[in-house]
Each structure stands twice: as structure tokens, then as C-alpha cells.
Write a protein that binds this ligand. Structure first.
Ligand code: DAT
Ligand code: MG
Length: 151
């Protein structure tokens, strides 16, 4: 439905490079609704849960070091198809394979510095939102543009 949610995160390189506003702006412009937003320093324990399917990969130690290297901007966006569309807006995992016009295709080069995260399924989105946000950090509000976005 129109209340599908995804977890989007600007990674430490995106924050350092001043790209938080560009990434928020793309989701806003598309018409998605911001439900939660915070700048935070992730812990190793949280990152191990977030990337629980990747902890055995050879690149995981480098991924962990990168994700611990500074603050991240955590967000929840809501709207019809936001999980799949959010992934399209981010581009491919490897920025070299990301089309121009996508976030990774416009702003970065290497897979180990790919500036943003987006949930890969509705189920994982709900799991990740639960890891990164408490219930009282997610707000319920009615955007004035809703009738102009949805048929
Ligand atoms: P995505 O972030 O597109 O969902 P993923 O969940 O498979 O991709 O991996 C999470 C992150 O781990 C990814 O954004 C960058 C890093 N990563 C993935 N594959 C990698 C690889 N082969 N070498 C180095 N880093 C990798
Ligand atoms: Mg992933």
C-alpha cells in the first residue's frame, strides 16, 4: 500500500562529502514522505545486526571500519513502492555499474565508498527500521501533497 516504508542511510562518506541534502532532496522530490531522521554514530554491535547476512564475507572487516568512520544520517521514507523505487534511485551496489541519474551513479566511484544504504526488501526494511529507530522517533503526519501524488 501507500504506507510501505524503507530504511535509507547516508553513510560516513556521504555525510563527510556534504551529500545529505542532495539525497534527502531526491526522496522529497519524488514524493516520498519523511517519517524519521537523525544523525548518529553507529556502534559495531548495531552494524553487525544491520549487516547480519554479510558478517562472514571477506570484505566485512573493511565495511565495518568504513561504517564506523564517522556519523551516518539515518532516515525512514514512506510511500507506494518505496523499497524497490528507493533501490532504483540509489543505483547498483557497485557505483561503476550505477547508471548516471542514480545517487551512486552521480556521486561516487568505489563499492567500498558508495555513500548510501537502502533496504532490499519490505521485510528487511521493517527489520532495519526497528534496529535504527525507536517507535517514538517515527512520526505520523499527513503531507498536504498526498492527493496530488496518488490516484
Ligand atoms: P547494497 O548496499 O547495494 O544493498 P549489499 O547489501 O550486498 O549491497 O552490501 C552492503 C555493502 O557492503 C555495500 O553497500 C558495499 C559493501 N560491499 C558489498 N559487496 C562488496 C564487495 N564485493 N567488496 C567490497 N564491499 C562490498
Ligand atoms: Mg544491502
Amino acid at each position: 500500500g501507500n504506507d510501505e516504508r524503507t530504511y535509507i542511510m547516508v553513510k560516513p562518506d556521504g555525510v563527510q562529502r556534504g551529500l545529505v541534502g542532495q539525497i534527502i532532496g531526491r526522496f522529497e522530490q519524488r514524493g516520498y514522505q519523511l517519517k524519521g531522521l537523525k544523525l548518529m554514530q553507529p556502534t559495531e554491535a548495531l552494524l553487525r545486526q544491520h549487516y547480519n547476512e554479510l558478517v562472514t564475507k571477506a570484505f566485512f572487516p573493511r565495511l565495518l571500519e568504513y561504517m564506523l568512520s564517522g556519523p551516518v544520517c539515518a532516515m525512514v521514507w514512506e510511500g507506494k513502492g518505496v523499497v524497490a523505487t528507493g533501490r532504483m534511485m540509489l543505483g547498483a551496489t557497485n557505483p561503476q555499474a550505477s547508471a548516471p541519474g542514480t545517487i551512486r551513479g552521480d556521486y561516487c566511484i568505489d563499492v567500498g565508498k558508495n555513500i548510501c544504504h537502502g533496504s532490499d526488501s519490505v521485510e528487511n526494511a521493517e527489520r532495519e527500521i526497528g534496529l535504527w529507530f525507536s517507535a517514538d522517533e517515527l512520526l505520523s503526519w499527513t503531507p498536504h501533497s498526498r492527493p496530488w501524488l496518488y490516484e
